[in-house]
Design a protein around this ligand. Structure first.
Ligand code: NAP
Length: 305
């Protein structure tokens, strides 16, 4: 199976390359400058030439706060680009797996969100990602939209890496405690995506298509997540950093974020038998890759980091 993935150095695209190499699945990443989502006309010729069996639409405008002042660019990358990818997938008669976000919800629900819950994004990023979902669904019925959340990994920019970096020079950090979600490892997302791709390319079953949640098991607030990151980093030889829980009003950001964006993974499990590992387990895998152990050098798949 040959999978074309949008985004070259993104967290999920990089994780897919790692998991592809482990599982013998051919992963071809595709992105700027030859494929620019903000310039949809650039997409068709290179994708057709690659002859993929499935497209994974992972690239996105992901700067949640910056999107508030760059709505036009966010819309081009998150709506028009994916819509064109889905049109091309439809023309090639192949499925498209598209990553979306927990930020399509307003966070007012008290339980975890299921796929049929009413969407109501509170920021530009979530709004454009929701419109991207609609553009995909309009362009092809052969789609699987996977909403993920709070992505972390040894690659790119993410909360785990930011906490470790700030923790190097601070004794304590203020972290918000009134947003609750599902931390999710990009490596686990990649494992899940490969399984979904294998199943969906083998079957026309309509129940395999549509919207699914794809998040790590368990939940946390950002402050709880940070506390576990620092505890685990301490176990790996770093100094212990104290987390002060603060409210969102004490840490104002340009974009509003949902207070509860937990997603239920039950539909994905029932349909695909795919369930991602608990976030605490995946965090260990991430920290093992990021933090050198005092008594052993860091290796991933035989390569020294
Ligand atoms: N990160 C999260 O916490 C989170 C949460 C929920 C959902 N998601 C969704 O999950 C998916 C993967 O996220 P991620 O964390 O892997 O993202 P990421 O690390 O921020 O990477 C984004 C990728 O998109 C590419 N990109 C941005 N603008 C582009 C354009 N105009 N044309 C082509 N490529 C472009 C970037 O390319 P360059 O390398 O050239 O910049 C980068 O490779 C996204 O769809 C995102 O919306 C992420």
């Amino acid at each position: 199976m040959r999978i074309l993935v949008t985004g070259k150095k993104g967290q999920v695209a990089t994780a897919l390359k790692v998991i592809g190499a482990e599982t013998g699945v051919e992963i071809l990443t595709f992105g700027r400058p030859e494929g620019d989502l903000a310039n949809p006309q650039s997409l068709e010729a290179p994708i057709v030439a690659i002859e993929p069996d499935v497209i994974i639409s992972s690239a996105a405008y992901t700067a949640v706060d910056k999107a508030e002042s760059e709505a036009e660019l966010a819309e081009a990358v998150n709506v028009k680009g994916p819509g064109e990818l889905a049109r091309i997938a439809n023309q090639l008669d192949i499925p498209i797996l598209h990553l979306s976000t927990d930020y399509v919800f307003d966070g007012e629900k008290s339980d975890p969100y299921v796929e049929t819950d009413k969407t109501n994004p509170v920021g530009i990023y979530g709004k454009t990602k929701l419109e991207g979902e609609l553009a995909i669904a309009k362009a092809t019925p052969n789609h699987v939209i996977l909403r993920t959340a709070w992505v972390y990994s040894p690659y790119g920019n993410n909360f785990v890496k930011t906490m470790l970096r700030l923790g190097e020079t601070r004794e304590s950090l203020d972290v918000v405690v009134d947003q609750r979600g599902c931390p999710t490892s990009a490596l686990e997302i990649a494992r899940g995506l490969v399984e979904v791709a294998k199943t969906v390319t083998r079957s026309d079953d309509l129940t395999l298509r549509g919207i699914f949640n794809l998040t790590g098991q368990g939940e946390a607030t950002w402050a709880e997540f940070a506390t576990v990151i620092f505890d685990e980093a301490h176990r790996r030889g770093r100094k212990l950093v104290h987390v002060n829980s603060i409210s969102s009003t004490e840490y104002p950001t340009p974009a509003k974020r949902p207070k509860n964006s937990r997603l239920s993974g039950e539909k994905l499990f029932k349909t695909y038998s795919v369930r991602l590992a608990p976030w605490q387990t995946s965090l260990e895998e991430c920290l093992d890759a990021l933090i050198a152990q005092p008594d052993k050098k860091r290796f991933i798949k035989g390569k020294q980091l």
